[in-house]
Ligand binder design. Structure first.
Ligand code: HEM
Length: 435
């Protein structure tokens, strides 16, 4: 059989080139794989959901109301999916996979950052990674709009407002992205197109580029590889050792997602009901809370004009503030000019680079403080963000907590290095005494 295939497809070449690729065995390298497997589960469950979902705002009879009140077809179809055998479970699996994918991608990014694995020659893969994170978040956001319940409707209204706040071109961009004035007839078909075609297409393309670059440049090696065989690639081949580990990891992930889905319900469309003039208290998923946090701590009255363009708090927080953080992420490989002779080979020990570690912890602290601020204030009055709850504590905390986190990290690293040096001195002294 192998020979038959080889004569036609030259698979032994494929085997030499890709399937014997050595994978480092270290738990932190599983994070990228968990992200990848979650994406696969999302696509598979998404295909099944798409078979039953109706991407339309046309009014149909409400399946929950015997009096037959009219609701958008998208909303009705999600209620019907909930009623299908395992339909609710399918929605839950899709939902939890999205959360796990975002979580794993964020921790994966932290692993790359704290070990300096973004350095030359891997800058391009870092940039692709940042784009992957942004597009994953956008895919989740468009997914949330699809049930077209009052929650989704209000969220969309807030995002439409943020897009429309861009000076000079806001209206044009918002209408372009949302298929006309909000809420136009083509709003849900447009979000559906983004969610099932455009964004997954971009994600798959970026993921393919991410993987090909990783194979071409090879993994960085974990620290233990240095001790085992210096400057040699240490790891297990993709076929069959690593693929076996991958199957185990994939099954474990699936099991955890199933467990979550069996016990923790997701977004209750019946509870929110179809779109209405009443604004429900909406809270974005955890990975968007920091953006809501920036909006919450900016005074909503903040507004000024430059050359006929209006700069308001929605733009400064939701577009400029959020964009700035993404730009800082993109700039990481350009800002870090440190290099080491071994950088092509080995992941660095985070404590050997205290400033980088401190800055990373400070950024994490800032995003956490902003997320708490975003979790707190409510959204009231027709989707307009108010900063009623924004009190000076958040302003002070968003500066003080990252600064304290930075200096605390530097202090702890100094202590660890001092203890390590003392330990090495003791070992050398003991060895000398033995001699
Ligand atoms: C969101 C979807 C993502 C997927 C599916 C994904 C997948 C993977 C996989 C499977 C690996 C190899 C295993 C590993 O090193 O963990 C990897 C490596 C890598 N990823 Fe990602 N990743 C994603 C996001 C990111 C992000 C957000 C960043 C950083 C901004 C990033 C930067 C990198 C880099 C630089 C490598 C090479 C690391 C090395 O050689 O040690 N990735 N990715």
């Amino acid at each position: 059989m192998n020979q038959w295939l080889d004569e036609r497809l030259n698979i032994s070449r494929l085997n030499d080139k890709f399937l014997r690729k050595a994978f480092p065995v270290h738990h932190s390298y599983f994070l990228g794989e968990i992200t990848l497997f979650s994406l696969i589960i999302l696509i598979l469950t998404g295909i099944f959901l798409a078979l039953f979902y109706e991407p339309s705002q046309q009014l149909v009879a409400n399946p929950l109301d015997p009096k037959g009140t009219q609701v958008p077809a998208a909303f009705a179809s999600v209620i019907q999916i909930n009623g299908l055998p395992y339909g609710d479970m399918l929605r839950r699996i899709h939902h939890w996979s999205a959360n796990i994918m975002m979580g794993a991608a964020v921790i994966h990014m932290m692993r790359i950052y704290f070990t300096g694995s973004y350095k030359k020659p891997r800058e391009i893969n870092w940039w692709i990674g940042v784009l992957l994170l942004v597009f994953t978040a956008l895919t989740a956001l468009t997914g949330y709009s699809l049930p077209y319940d009052n929650y989704a409707y209000t969220t969309l209204k807030v995002i439409y407002g943020i897009a429309g706040s861009i000076p000079w071109v806001g209206d044009f961009i918002a209408q372009l992205a949302f298929a006309g004035q909000f809420p136009g007839d083509r709003l849900i078909p447009r979000m559906y197109g983004y969610h099932i075609m455009l964004l997954p297409g971009v994600l798959l393309g970026l993921t393919a580029a991410h993987m090909l670059l990783m194979i071409k440049q090879k993994h960085t090696q974990p620290g233990y590889a240095k001790r085992i065989a210096y400057k040699k690639i240490v790891g297990v081949p993709l076929l069959q050792d690593q693929s076996f580990i991958m199957v185990m990891l994939g099954l474990l992930l699936l099991g955890i997602i199933m467990l979550f889905s069996a016990f923790i319900p997701v977004h209750p469309v019946e509870f929110y009901g179809p779109p209405s003039n009443q604004t429900p208290p909406i809270k974005p998923d955890w990975y968007f809370l920091w953006i809501f946090g920036i909006l919450a701590i900016l005074p909503s009255t903040l507004e000024f004009n430059i050359l006929g363009g209006t700069f308001n708090s929605e733009f400064l927080g939701g577009v400029l503030g959020a964009g700035l953080i993404v730009l800082i992420f993109l700039a990481v490989p350009l800002l870090d000019r440190t290099s080491g002779r071994e950088m092509h080979y080995y992941s660095e020990n985070p404590t050997d680079h205290p400033v980088r570690l401190g800055l990373g912890i400070a950024m994490t602290a800032l995003l956490l403080v902003l997320s708490v601020a975003g979790y707190k204030p409510e959204i009231v009055n027709a989707g307009v963000l108010t900063n009623e709850n924004a009190n000076p504590v958040f302003w002070i905390a968003s500066v003080a907590v990252p600064v304290i986190a930075y200096f605390l990290t530097i202090g702890i690293v100094r202590m660890i290095r001092w203890l390590r040096a003392a330990d090495e001195r003791d070992q050398r002294a003991a060895a000398a005494a033995d001699d």
